[in-house]
Design a protein around this ligand. Structure first.
Ligand SMILES: Nc1ncnc2c1ncn2[C@@H]1O[C@H](COP(=O)(O)OP(=O)(O)OP(=O)(O)O)[C@@H](O)[C@H]1O
Ligand SMILES: [Mg+2]
Length: 237
């Protein structure tokens, strides 16, 4: 279970007249469903909400805890429980060669080098990426990188996966592959997406609007509310 207890983020305002700007208004949430989609306009606060789950962003008010571990005081334990998939895969791929990056994620769990290598290839194979094992991460297409980044996160084996727009760079077939892969995972998955069909398939949908949770309920209803707010002009570009 992930708990937000009146957790919010305010930052110093750009405008010297105002004292602070609310990025995410304090919210109280218990996130326990297997698949939770976070939707909303650009700049609404989705990534901020997701980053709070693994302690990448600490709340300026209230607290967030994961399985009872506070993201501020128990950051290491939180990260052992939460894997984070970034929108930009180059933010997280640290080794130059694909298989090395996946192997790095396995370092804590598999000490033997040969076994680690075998497991890395198995994980890559599970997403049809074994042929990329020896490629440089810099030579991959954006979509290939995004899938390799998913392999690396999955290899680390945390029991919660937080994914920030995991399908943005993917073509139709790979989008479906990623959704099927996520569907089959045992882990709890919380994901932000602008793909409203993908969002609607979740068990629960959170709609974020101007740094507030504007809707929290069944995912198809969250998508419907989002469409309604855009149609009515309450959310505009
Ligand atoms: N640490 C910070 N300091 C100042 N402003 C911030 C900070 N973090 C986020 N913001 C601002 O808060 C708003 C919400 O950002 P966030 O990245 O959470 O949006 P988002 O919903 O993920 O948008 P997108 O769909 O474009 O990814 C943006 O206007 C962003 O510039
Ligand atoms: Mg974002």
């Amino acid at each position: 279970m992930i708990r937000f207890e009146n957790a919010g983020l305010s930052v110093p305002a750009d405008d010297p007249q105002a004292s602070e700007r609310v990025v995410l208004a304090p919210c109280t949430l218990a996130l326990g469903e297997a698949r939770i989609a976070v939707i909303g306009a650009n700049g609404s606060g989705k990534s901020t909400l997701l980053r709070m789950i693994n302690g990448l962003v600490l709340p300026s008010t209230g607290s967030v805890n994961v399985r009872g571990f506070d993201t501020r005081s128990k950051a290491k334990l939180v990260r052992q429980n939460v894997g984070f998939l970034f929108t930009d895969p180059l933010s997280q791929l640290v080794m130059p060669i694909v298989s090395e990056d996946v192997e790095l994620s396995l370092k804590a769990s598999i000490k033997n080098h040969d076994l680690r290598r075998e497991e890395a290839l198995r994980v890559l194979d599970s997403l049809g990426l074994r042929h990329l094992a020896q490629r440089s991460i810099y030579d991959l297409s954006g979509g290939e990188r995004q899938l390799v980044a998913l392999c690396s996160v999955l290899a680390a084996g945390q029991n919660i996966l937080v994914a920030d727009e995991p399908t943005t760079l993917l073509d139709l077939a790979n989008n479906e592959l990623l959704q099927r892969t996520i569907d089959a995972l045992e882990q709890q998955v919380i994901y932000a997406t602008h793909d409203l069909d993908f969002a609607a398939s979740a068990d629960r949908g959170l709609l974020v609007k101007d740094g507030r949770i504007a809707f929290d309920g069944p995912a198809p209803a969250a998508v419907e509310e989002y469409r309604r707010l855009v149609r009515s002009g309450s959310i505009s570009a």
